[in-house]
Each structure stands twice: as C-alpha cells, then as structure tokens.
Ligand binder design. Structure first.
Ligand code: C2E
Ligand code: SIN
Ligand code: SIN
Ligand code: FE
Ligand code: FE
Length: 375
C-alpha cells in the first residue's frame, strides 16, 4: 500500500476540486456522447478583460494548454456574449476566427465546437467549451443533452464561486438562454416552464409548496423531455403520426430521462440535494395520468408526485397549442376544453383549474415566447 503525498501547492490551487469534478463529468458525457473529446471552463475577469482557463478535461496526449486571453481579442466570443446565446461551430476549418484560442483549438485537431456563455446576474461569468475531433456532431438532438449538461455544469462552476442564491441565478439565466436557441424545442421549453410556474404558484397553498418549491418546478420542468436524446431521429423528428411500435420506443424517453438525470446527479455529487427529487420526478412521471393509464409506471392520483402532475399539464397544454410536424396548433379555448374534459381521468383537476384561471398570463407568455417555426 502506498499513497501520494498531497502536494502543498495544490492546496493553493483552486482549480483542483472543479478539475476533478470536470473529469468525472467528462467521463459521464462520453458515455452518452462519445464524440465529446474535451470540456473546458474559462472564467472571465471584467476589470482586466481577461479570460482564463479555469478547468479542463481532455484526452491524454493532446490537451490544450491552459491559456489566458483578452475577451476583446476574440470577436467571436464577444459576439456570443452580446447575443447571449450559445454557438455551434460544426466545421472549425471553415471558421475564420483568428484569435489565439481558436488557432489552438484548430491546432489541437478539433473538428467542431459548442461554446456556451455563463452569466450571473447579467454579468459574464465565463464560458463552457465542448470540443470534438469529428465535424458536424453537435446536432439538434445532442443539443437537448447539452442544455441539461450546461445547467448542471453551471451549478458546479457557480458552486465553487458563489452563494446558493448566485447559483440559482446562474441556472435561471441559462434556462432563459434556451428561448433564444434556434432548435426545435427552445420556445416550447420556455413556455412550458412558465405555465408550470403559474400552476405551481396557484396550487401552492393547497399542496404546501414553498416559494423555493415553485421555483424548482419552474427551473426543472424544461428538462422533462431530456430522455428524447435517446430516441432515434427517424422517430423523434417523424413528419407524421407514429406507428404503435414507434410510440413504444418514444415512451421510453421518460425512463431514459430519469436515468440520464440520475447518472448526472451522481457524477455532479448533487445527489441528495433538494434539487434531485424534483428533477428526477419530473423526467420520470410527466406522462403518468390520474387514472393510472399513463406511463412508465401506471401510478395513480396522489402517488404521482405533484411536480410531475404540474409539468404534465403544462407540457400537454403547450404541445396542443403548438404546431408540430404531425399536428396543427390548437386555439387556447380548445386546449383548455381538452384539459377540462380529461380532468381527473388524465390530468390533475387542481392543475387544470390553475392554468385556466390564469388565461391572461397564458396569452402573454404565448406572445412573449411565440414561434413561427415548427416547435
Ligand atoms: P410532445 O409533443 O411534447 O407532447 C406531449 C404530450 O402532449 C403528448 O404525450 C400528448 O399527451 C399530448 N399531445 C401532443 N400532441 C397531441 C395531439 O395532437 N392530440 C392530443 N390529444 N394530445 C397531444 P404523448 O402522447 O405521450 O407523446 C410523447 C411524445 O411523443 C410527444 O411529445 C412527441 O414528441 C411524440 N409523439 C406523440 N405522438 C406523435 C406523432 O403522432 N408523431 C410524432 N412525430 N411524434 C409524436
Ligand atoms: C473562439 O472562438 O475563440 C473559441 C473557439 C472554441 O473553443 O469554440
Ligand atoms: C410566470 O410565472 O413565469 C409568468 C406568469 C406571470 O407573470 O404571472
Ligand atoms: Fe415527454
Ligand atoms: Fe414536451
């Protein structure tokens, strides 16, 4: 038996815990997205306009060196900050950025990248970088996954930097970014989160939900369909009605979402925090119905966690009122009618009543997070 003496310097090195966590996270990411060869976190120091690699995790022989750069020297990173939205580069060779960092990324042999800004209270905290040696791998489907990953990575980064309040602010800001995303479910996720919050607020007294519970439902309901990353594109993006066999595959997204979240919470050492139950339950149980005819478990009534009943109503309402490749968008009244007719059998009656009561807010949210493309 032997052990390595703890290097005294590493105690001074604030990178150590997050670097270790990042390595864990990277291992987890590769299990689901084997093409991700490198993850890095860079932090921004506003007074000096400096961007500094904070932690990174990459494959053995060719990691990029830690670097420091001025944000002012990278037009592309400045643009990401100004737009407040992530950037996908699916072929780095065709991407003309002359900044030192981009040259290094190219020099490292990487083929594509996904770059996400992290904000805290409106201030730039830094960036997350994901790189692959392959080109064209950051597809719409994989971006669903990175949405969730970004939420949780932000928790880890902010955890090393700031208070729980700041941490929640970071998560909220990242969720807000989804609305600007130019892929299929961006606005769906956003509307759905707001519908869920309206419902949760209204039923809070009856169900004993605190403000923090309501906020968690708001923050985590957009992650309900994360398991769809495991559904093949020919089913997920099918331009028409699913066959019974295809629908059976589609239904696995609830359990797959639960597994992915579970795996992630373990890797991020967030298991057992107050977040974990709400997050898991929303993913696993959002398609259960009050009469037990739902999936995946067939749980009934009060055995379905309230956060999942809330998310379920918000999800169906938004699905009905949105255009999909296989359906037109229903008017609000028809969607409300559908929820009311199926209250108690499928939907929680209190959740339905809560949403119907706040029709004016629903209209405002539709106007705010509207879309003219297929959602
Ligand atoms: P989603 O689009 O997010 O829809 C969520 C839920 O809203 C659906 O859960 C269903 O309860 C309800 N919903 C959506 N569209 C309609 C509709 O036109 N009529 C009615 N009565 N309810 C609707 P569900 O059925 O378990 O489906 C889960 C996911 O499976 C859907 O998520 C969607 O991604 C996919 N899906 C379901 N049916 C089809 C289909 O016919 N074609 C395609 N391409 N995908 C489908
Ligand atoms: C940059 O444009 O400087 C960032 C390149 C990347 O890591 O995606
Ligand atoms: C929300 O809860 O997110 C919006 C609803 C409102 O503004 O009342
Ligand atoms: Fe779903
Ligand atoms: Fe959905």
């Amino acid at each position: 038996m032997f052990y390595f003496h703890q290097d005294a310097l590493s105690n001074l090195n604030g990178d150590a815990p997050i670097a270790a966590k990042l390595a864990n996270i990277h291992g987890f990411v590769r299990k689901h997205m084997p093409f991700v060869a490198r993850i890095a976190v860079a932090l921004y120091d506003a007074p000096t306009d400096t961007l500094k690699t904070y932690a990174h995790s990459g494959e053995g022989d060719n990691p990029l060196p830690f670097y420091e750069a001025r944000l002012g020297d990278s037009a592309s990173l400045r643009e990401i900050v100004q737009r407040g939205q992530p950037r996908v580069v699916n072929d780095i060779d065709l991407y003309g950025e002359a900044a030192e960092h981009s040259k290094q990324i190219r020099g490292g042999g990487f083929g594509s990248s996904y770059t996400l800004p992290i904000f805290h209270n409106g201030d730039l905290l830094g960036f997350l970088f994901f790189n692959s040696y392959e080109k064209g791998v950051f597809t719409d489907t994989s971006l669903h996954f990175f949405d969730l990953l970004a939420h949780l990575l932000a928790l880890v980064v902010a955890d090393g930097l700031a208070t729980p309040t700041a941490l929640m602010a970071t998560v909220r800001t990242l969720t807000g970014l989804a609305q600007h995303r130019d892929f299929e479910t961006g606005t769906h996720l956003d509307r759905m989160a707001h519908y869920a919050r309206i419902i949760a607020r209204e039923i809070a007294p009856k169900y004993g939900l605190t403000d923090a519970d309501v906020e968690q439902i708001f923050l985590y309901s957009p992650l309900h369909d994360i398991g769809k990353i495991a559904i093949p594109d020919d089913i997920l993006l099918k331009n028409g009605k699913l066959t019974d066999a295809e629908f059976e595959v589609m239904k696995t997204h609830a359990v797959r979402g639960f597994e992915i979240i579970d795996d992630m919470l373990n890797n991020f050492h967030l298991d057992g925090t107050s977040h974990s139950g709400v997050l898991r339950n929303i993913a696993l149980y959002h398609h259960e119905t009050m009469d037990g005819s739902g999936y995946p478990s067939g749980r009934k009534g009060d055995d379905i966690p309230i956060e999942a009943r809330v998310a379920g109503v918000a999800d169906v309402f938004d699905a009905l009122t949105s255009r999909r490749p296989y359906k037109h968008a229903w008017p609000i009244d028809e969607a409300f009618q559908f929820l009311i007719e199926n209250a108690d059998t499928r939907f929680d009656r209190d959740c339905v009543a809560a949403l119907v009561k706040h029709r004016a807010d629903v209209e405002r949210i539709q106007a705010q997070f509207g879309e003219d493309h297929v959602g």
